[in-house]
Design a protein around this ligand. Structure first.
Ligand SMILES: [Fe+2]
Length: 129
């Protein structure tokens, strides 16, 4: 079982290297506050808010997954080089188009770095009408 690293607000971190390390591994969820039951709802997950992660053959973001609570909704896998290779300036970013059928969603994203393990976002609550 891999260790799960949880996001820490980088404004509370003093060392620049540590801010970079936390930010570039952490998935960030962007979506509307509410969704309509039975209709398509877009959830964007981007790895790294201010910093980008390397995309080397021995060190890259291998997947991005989206959960509702403990239930896996979807996962996107990457191969190294997709995001620009060694000189990558891009960030892994995935749009999950889901169709909610429950009254609310508790979205949590995870990203997996081949060198630094699993990283988890803060949960995002969405009401479903
Ligand atoms: Fe890494």
């Amino acid at each position: 079982m891999p260790k799960i690293n949880r996001y820490v607000d980088i404004d509370t971190v003093e060392r620049e290297a540590k801010k970079d390390y936390i930010d570039r591994h952490s998935p960030f969820i962007a979506c509307a506050d509410s969704a309509k039951s039975g209709e398509k709802f877009a959830v964007t997950v981007k790895v790294g808010n201010e910093y980008s992660h390397p995309d080397d053959f021995d060190h890259f973001i291998a997947n991005v997954a989206l959960y509702n609570g403990e239930t896996l909704l979807g996962r996107a896998d990457f191969v190294p080089g997709t995001l620009g290779g060694q000189d990558a300036k891009g960030q892994a970013e995935v749009v999950f188009n889901i169709v909610p059928t429950t009254k609310k969603l508790k979205l949590v994203a995870q990203s997996y770095c081949t060198k630094h393990g699993v990283w988890e976002s803060d949960p995002v609550a969405v009401t479903v009408e």
